[in-house]
Write a protein that binds this ligand. Structure first.
Ligand code: COA
Length: 154
């Protein structure tokens, strides 16, 4: 029987598991050094989701110009559509709520239907676009925002 998803802060030893998920998830993946530089910073949160001790997803919360930003979120392709990012996002919102943050923002490729479905299910609204922001392939960034206290319960 598979244990339910567990969530914890990422440690340096998790990077080896995070990097293949990152490579499988994005056209322009973050470098390992970028993740490493965010660990153990009180103003950043790198969370991992594990199943039976194996890292299957992660989320990164940062701040951009004073606003909370969900800077990265990905789940291993073999473990998608099982509620793992829902669990990660729920925990991120709890962290932000406990910290007294009012809003959280994120940017996503305009063609990313899975992410649109996920964020809209939590109550994120599209608040803007950056035309041609992404490269390889060129595509608009859609900016989503959510008032933390008004997140839809999931
Ligand atoms: C987007 C992503 C993080 C979703 O992770 P996940 O663990 O599969 O998501 P969940 O199982 O928690 O799904 C939650 C909701 O999101 C929506 N959703 C998730 N995958 C979807 C898909 N392929 N198509 C449409 N809606 C989808 C649904 O509303 C879903 O609820 P439901 O299953 O009850 O219908 C995952 O597909 C992924 O890692 N994609 C590549 C990286 C990425 O795009 N990250 C987000 C941009 S930063």
């Amino acid at each position: 029987m598979t244990a339910p998803v567990a969530l914890r802060r990422a440690q340096p030893g998790d990077l080896a598991a995070i990097m293949p998920i990152e490579a499988a998830s994005f056209h322009r993946p973050w470098r390992e050094q970028t993740f490493a530089s965010l660990l153990d910073r009180p103003d950043k949160d790198v969370l991992v989701a594990t199943l039976d001790g194996t890292v299957v997803g992660y989320a990164v919360l940062t701040a951009q110009a004073g606003d909370a930003e969900l800077a990265n979120l990905a789940v291993d392709p073999g473990h998608r559509r099982r509620g793992i990012s829902t669990a990660l996002l729920r925990r991120c919102l709890k962290i932000l709520q406990d910290r007294g943050e009012r809003w959280v923002f994120l940017a996503v490729r305009a063609s990313n239907d899975a992410a649109f479905g996920l964020y809209q299910a939590f109550g994120f609204d599209e608040i803007g676009r950056h035309a041609g922001y992404y490269r390889n392939p060129t595509e608009d960034a859609v900016i989503f925002g959510l008032e933390v206290d008004r997140a839809h319960p999931r």
